[in-house]
Structures are given as C-alpha cells and as structure tokens.
Design a binder for this molecule. Sequence first.
Ligand code: GN1
Ligand code: MG
Length: 367
Amino acid sequence: MERLPHVIHQFAFEGVYLDAEVCTFGHINDTFVLRFQQPGNQIRKYVLQYINKHVFEDPAKVMANIQAVTSHLRSRIEEMGGDPYRETINLIPTLNGAPYYLSPEGDYWRAYYYIEGATTYQTVENPKHFYYAGRAFGQFQKLLSDFPADSLHETIEKFHDTRKRYHDFLEAVAADRCDRAKDVQEEIEFVKARKADTGVIVDLIAAGEIPLRVTHNDTKLDNIMIDDVTGKGICVIDLDTVMPGSALYDFGDSIRFGASSAPEDEPDLSKVWMDMDLFGEFTKGYLSAAKEFLTDTEIRYLAFSAKLITLECGMRFLTDHLNGDVYFRIHRPNHNLDRASTQFKLVSDMEKKMDQMEAVVQAALEE
Ligand code: GN1
Ligand code: MG
C-alpha cells in the first residue's frame, strides 16, 4: 500500500484521487480498486495491478499479448455494435503513453477502467449466470478465432501441459522441501493413479488431432464479469495467460471452478461435488457460441477435459503445498492442501458421472 501514491501518479487517470481498496481474490497479482472524484461529484473507478514477477518472467510480453488481444476484441465488438468499454478490458496508459509502468525497483504495474454495474462471483449464485458465463467464454474464443495465434508470446511455458505438471509434481514429492510429503500420502497416490490421463490432450495436440487456438487459459468464474441487471456474462477479464492453447483447457477450467458445489478452498469435503445442473448450464451456454467452430474431436473430449483440468489444478496446488506455498498466495495454514483436496474430490465425482456428462454434451449439441 505504501507504494501506491507514487505509482498512481504515473498513470493518465482522470480526476482527483480519493482512496484505494485491496481486492483479495486472485492468487497471483496484487489488485487495487481506486476511486477518483470527477467534476460534478461523480466518482470514477480504476483497477490498478502489480504484476507478479515470480510467476510472469517477462511482464512486458504479458502486456504485449494483452494489448494485441484487447485491441482485436475492441474492433470486433465495435463492428458488432457492442460497447467496447464494457465488453473488453481497456488499459489506461501511463503519462508517457506506455501500456504499463516499470518502477525504479523493477516492478511492473498496469491499470484498467473499472467496469461498473457488473460483478464477479466465487460460486454460482444463479444458474443462469453460469449459462451466460459459458456463452461469453465461447464468444471470446469465437471473436479471437481469426487472431493470429502464433503472434502471441508463450508467457508461461507449457502452462497447461498436464504431463509436464505431473513431472513437476513428482519432483516436488521427491525433493519434499518442507517435510510435508509424509502427511499427504493419500493425495500423492491419488495423483499417481491418474498418470495416464495427464498425456491425453497434449498428445492429441502434438498429433495434430486438435488445433491450437487463442485461448484464455484461466477461465474460472471469477474471471468473468456478470451484468448486475441482465445476468449476462459481459466481459472476460484477467487476460494474463492468453496464449495459444486448446479450447478444451478453457472449457475444463470453467467447469472445475464453477460447476463445483463449493468454493475452491472449502475445507469440509462433504460439501464438495460436481453439480450436474451447473455442468448442463455452462455446457449449453458454451456450445451455443462454440459449436460452430469446434471440431468433432474437441467436442468428444469436452467432458474429459473438465476432469483433466481439475486434476491438473489439484496437482498444482499439491505441488505448491509440498514446495512451501511459493506460487499461489495463501491466507491460512494448509490452504493449498485444502484447495488440492477439493479438486481431487471433484475428480472422483466426475469419474463417477462421466457417462452423464457425455450425455449432457450430446444433448446440448442438439439444442
Ligand atoms: C491462478 O490469478 P488467478 O487466481 O486468476 C492461476 C490459475 C489457476 C487459479 C486457481 C497465472 O489464477 O492457473 O487455475 O489460480 N493463474 C496462474 O484458482 O497461474
Ligand atoms: Mg483471476
């Protein structure tokens, strides 16, 4: 917080600065909502973020991706008669016209317009929201389907390469830096028993059986803004991991987070399961926008991708727990272990429901 006054003066914000509030949700960056007084007593809000340098080795490349993708989105939204100030994020330049501020200490900061009249959720409060979240993520991929994927930087290498994530996990188990492996044997065995799953999508990509597309790669529910009046998903946010990837990663990650009956870090596992109604809502919304561009092979692996990305995320949380919580921000002891446990509970439940999930995908295609 003490760095804020200096940083705030680097950006082309309008009005008189009033105050800043910390946003505690994301696990990676530090986010602040700033309020500025405008003439006539109006208040305007902006979002200011400090980019985590340990996660993003080259924040300038992250920003180049975001700039390119948002300017593409902006022109497509304008062509369709939409509102480019609500339907995509918009960067605020620094006073020098740069897309981010690099401080003398080597820290990267960026700012956006705050989108008014819309909210992000940690769990689905109204099933229709989830239908519209699916539609918005499908639409996001569609709007970017003519964007040259190879012009984007791979800002985190092999981000959703689940086989690589599995090897990182094995390394963390072997190193056991914090002497925690003895207490999580059951969780470790759970992951090892699913080794064969980890190569399925990477192998399909390598064999050219599914295409690389421009994907978001972090499509959890709290990365979409839901309009407070219409309940529609209006804006996809957190574009840090926009990279070439598989559409399956985006579908799978949305289900992992949003179709769960409980928050990602629920400590009471009896409250955690995969909600089939929510799975249906998202799948219908997503396919209403995406069925026109997805291939048959992608569609065949949609249900599986939900399980795979949930396993991958659980594995990442468990890896970080073993490594001493160096990647995901924690707010209590064993927080990453709790997060891993919810993911594994969801994986087990999805395995039981896989036939039903596949039937839901087929039914949504026929709508
Ligand atoms: C991180 O920053 P945030 O909280 O939106 C992570 C995602 C994980 C997610 C789990 C760059 O996303 O990959 O799925 O936490 N982002 C990065 O909640 O690693
Ligand atoms: Mg986020």
